[in-house]
Write a protein that binds this ligand. Structure first.
Ligand code: TYD
Length: 132
């Protein structure tokens, strides 16, 4: 399975807490794109796709959601519910995001620009791609 949870170093004192993300340091790629998801609803799932080349780190800045991760052979579920933890998802991983808390805020760092061509949005196409 090409994913892992990464504990992010927290700089904390009596004023609060701070986390810094740097490409090729605590993030295992150069960061080319940042986007975030907000105004989520528990009834609305997202994702349902894989990427041929994209690598991402996802942080639940606020709230929680569940990731279903699938490499074409195995399916695992991971809760993302801490602002000090990053979920790394590598290439060729099918992902579904479910069970969002109301107003969950997910920040996503990616190693490349948005390109729709790079998405696999059909599960059967994904299975063909990983089994080739
Ligand atoms: P979508 O891929 O459906 O989001 P999710 O992976 O959370 O299910 O993206 C929603 C819309 O936003 C879709 O029209 C594509 C667009 N989009 C961009 O323009 N740039 C981006 O970086 C991303 C991730 C999406």
């Amino acid at each position: 399975m090409n994913y892992r949870l990464i504990d992010l170093k927290v700089h904390g004192d009596e004023r609060g807490k701070l986390i810094s993300l740097e490409g090729m340091k605590n993030i295992p790629f150069e960061i080319k794109r940042v986007y975030w998801i907000f105004d989520t609803l528990p009834s609305q799932d997202r994702g349902m796709h894989a990427h041929k080349k994209m690598e991402q780190i996802i942080v639940a800045m606020d709230g929680a959601c569940q990731f279903v991760l699938d490499d074409g052979k195995t399916r695992e579920k991971v809760w993302l519910n801490r602002p000090d933890q990053g979920l790394y998802i590598g290439r060729n991983m099918w992902r579904e995001m479910k069970n969002f808390s109301y107003g969950c805020k997910l920040m996503v760092l990616a190693n490349d620009y948005y390109e729709e061509k790079e998405y696999i949005r059909d599960y059967n196409d994904f299975l063909k791609e990983v089994n080739e």
